[in-house]
Ligand binder design. Structure first.
Ligand SMILES: Cc1cc2nc3c(=O)[nH]c(=O)nc-3n(C[C@H](O)[C@H](O)[C@H](O)COP(=O)(O)O)c2cc1C
Length: 174
């Protein structure tokens, strides 16, 4: 079964570190993502230190599992790399979403689990993360991905819903 159908958010982890070669393959998968104009406006921060993981867990009410993850990958945009002259040009949000999904799928390929934590556009979360990790002003955290060896097996219920699919004209279904 492909990783797309196996993937589920994992929020509890074994107390076991993740090998560096796995982290590198996960980052490689992220950098294979498509991007508007092939700008690839991404950067990544890899965090493993306990105090940093605890701090991230406290930056969002929905990030408690970050404290017990083996590692955390911050998927970030560098607005300079994105060639963004107009701050309202947010094509990069789609680029970074594709990166985040690629990363989640490679995490499954590596026998690991992870969860996408929404960071951008929550201003408080973005500011807290950028300040702690000393980002320059043009770099913003987009998503935050705690990962590690899963503490339990995820269930993979089928979500296909034919009522959401329209053929030729809206409302026509098989
Ligand atoms: C943009 C986005 C933001 C999310 N933010 C959080 C979050 O802050 N905390 C969390 O535990 N899960 C978060 N999730 C994970 C979703 O809760 C999860 O994907 C959804 O419940 C479906 O479950 P599944 O990932 O197991 O298929 C987020 C997912 C997305 C796509």
């Amino acid at each position: 079964m492909s990783s797309i159908f196996q993937r589920r958010s994992v929020r509890s982890f074994l107390p076991k570190p993740v090998e560096d070669d796995k982290i590198e393959r996960i980052l490689r998968a992220g950098m294979e993502a498509p991007s508007a104009h092939n700008r690839r406006p991404w950067e990544f921060i890899v965090i493993t230190g306990e105090a940093d993981r605890q701090a991230i867990a406290g930056m969002s009410p929905y990030a408690k599992m970050a404290a017990s993850a083996a590692a955390i990958i911050g998927v970030c945009v560098n607005l300079d790399l994105g060639g963004v002259e107009n701050p309202e040009d947010t094509w990069w949000v789609q680029d970074l979403s594709a990166v985040t999904e690629n990363i989640l799928l490679q995490i499954v390929e590596e026998g690991l689990g992870g969860v996408w934590l929404g960071w951008y556009p929550d201003k408080d979360r973005v500011r807290a993360f950028a300040d702690r990790f000393k980002f320059p002003p043009t770099v913003l955290p987009f998503s935050v991905i705690p990962l590690g060896y899963p503490a339990k097996k995820a269930d993979g219920a089928d979500r296909f819903d034919p009522r959401r699919v329209h053929y030729g004209v809206y409302g026509t279904q098989k």
